[in-house]
Design a protein around this ligand. Structure first.
Ligand SMILES: Cc1ncc(COP(=O)(O)O)c(C=O)c1O
Length: 385
């Protein structure tokens, strides 16, 4: 059953953190680095005013990451920035705005990571650009299209006999044995710098949103896997101009590590579910260590949804929400709309709705974080119902 719990650990505004936790977000070279990628262009922010009937909110702003870099998901924003920072720390490199046009690595490093799909695709894409090798570990049951999306960039893909967390563990072990460099979006004790740079890379998305909507957001729904994207949202919306924005975390019922960590007195814990949601990008068992403090202090509400809610949202997007054009939204991308529908329509959600002041006057930001990364699955879902 879908759930919503109000965060008892939410710090009063303004939330501030130790500089060591947030300094990476303030870097001035993030957007410049992305501009050095020829495929970079801000993704659309779709605005619709006529969805009140279905959402209980006056206005929806949909950030459509299905257009990001031709990769159909936001994740490469993080991988591309972290790889640049990793090299910049070791040797002289071209400046951020020229990096991906000019840099030729002299070291033949191999990058590796675990992934549910999109982050690994981003790492493989970046490695290919630099003429480097990538080795990607994926959980059992990963659909073929997501493996192929990565192989197409020349990476070696290993589908492990276990879930996402098992892929993370095997990746770390193989990196140690083979001298590979891990570019992981999740973090653990002793592995924190690169995940912080990855989180910082996501700032570009929020900066674009700000430019596209003049900041008039009341509530933002953020999908949670390991929580790296949620950490960036927590930091961005803690800045003075945005500190009124309510933040809602959205996870699958079967991979609810963020919600369950809140319930566990705020101590990060492994999700109790099976990690078998169709929302593959959100099938993560443990919160990222460097993300968690930001999420815990700043999010207002934690929600879980079932796969049917995500499917219904994929269809809504496809058919055009209110007056909005059709939007391509994959399983994890549709989760935030699935959560908004659940929050506005389901019984037993009244307290949760009040906690974020969701009503007919709200302006709601939804992140559509991926398009049809599994085209067959997407076709099947949008063709139903
Ligand atoms: C499409 C999509 N949305 C959301 C997320 C969640 O991001 P994070 O793992 O940073 O919480 C992912 C993670 O891979 C994803 O692929």
């Amino acid at each position: 059953m879908s759930r919503a719990i109000v965060n008892p650990f939410r710090k009063p505004n303004p939330v501030t953190w130790d500089e060591s936790i947030v300094s990476a977000f303030r870097a001035k070279d993030i957007r410049d680095l992305h501009r050095s990628l020829p495929a970079y262009a801000p993704t659309p922010l779709v605005k619709t005013t006529s969805s009140a009937r279905i959402s209980g909110s006056a206005r929806l702003l949909i950030k459509d990451e299905s257009h990001r870099f031709g990769l159909k998901a936001f994740k490469a924003l993080g991988a591309s920035y972290a790889v640049y920072k990793w090299f910049a720390q070791r040797q002289a490199v071209p400046s951020a705005e020229r990096f991906y046009q000019e840099f030729k690595p002299s070291e033949k490093v191999t990058f590796c990571t675990a992934t549910d799909g999109n982050h690994g695709r981003g790492v493989a894409w970046v490695a290919e650009k630099l003429g480097l090798r990538a080795v990607i570990f994926m959980p059992k049951g990963t659909v073929k299209a997501r493996v192929e999306n990565i192989r197409i960039h020349g990476a070696d893909v290993h589908v492990v006999d276990g879930d996402y967390d098992a892929a993370v563990a095997l990746c770390a072990e193989q990196a140690e044995r083979n001298g590979w460099q891990i570019i992981s979006d999740t973090s653990w004790p002793g592995y924190q710098q690169i995940p912080r740079w990855i989180q910082a890379g996501y700032v570009t998305m929020f900066e674009e949103i700000h430019e596209q909507c003049e900041g008039e957001i009341d509530i933002a729904f953020i999908p949670g896997g390991v929580g790296a994207l949620a950490a960036t949202a927590a930091w961005w919306y803690s800045q003075e101009a945005f500190s009124h924005v309510k933040l809602v975390s959205v996870e699958p019922i079967s991979a609810a590590c963020l919600l369950e960590s809140i319930e566990n007195r705020g101590e990060p814990r492994k999700a109790s579910g099976e990690l078998n949601s169709m929302m593959a990008g959100l099938n993560c068992g443990m919160p990222s260590q460097v993300a968690w403090p930001l999420i815990q202090d700043r999010f207002d509400l934690f929600m879980t949804i079932d796969d049917e809610a995500a499917e219904a949202a994929m269809r809504y997007y496809h058919r055009g929400l209110g007056g909005a054009p059709s939007i391509e939204s994959g399983e994890s991308g549709a989760a935030t709309l699935g959560a908004l529908l659940t929050l506005s329509e389901k019984e037993g959600m009244a307290e949760a709705r009040r906690s974020v002041a969701l009503d007919a006057n709200s302006t709601v930001l939804l992140l559509n974080t991926e398009g049809a990364t599994d085209p067959d699955g997407w076709e099947r879902v949008v063709g139903e119902g």
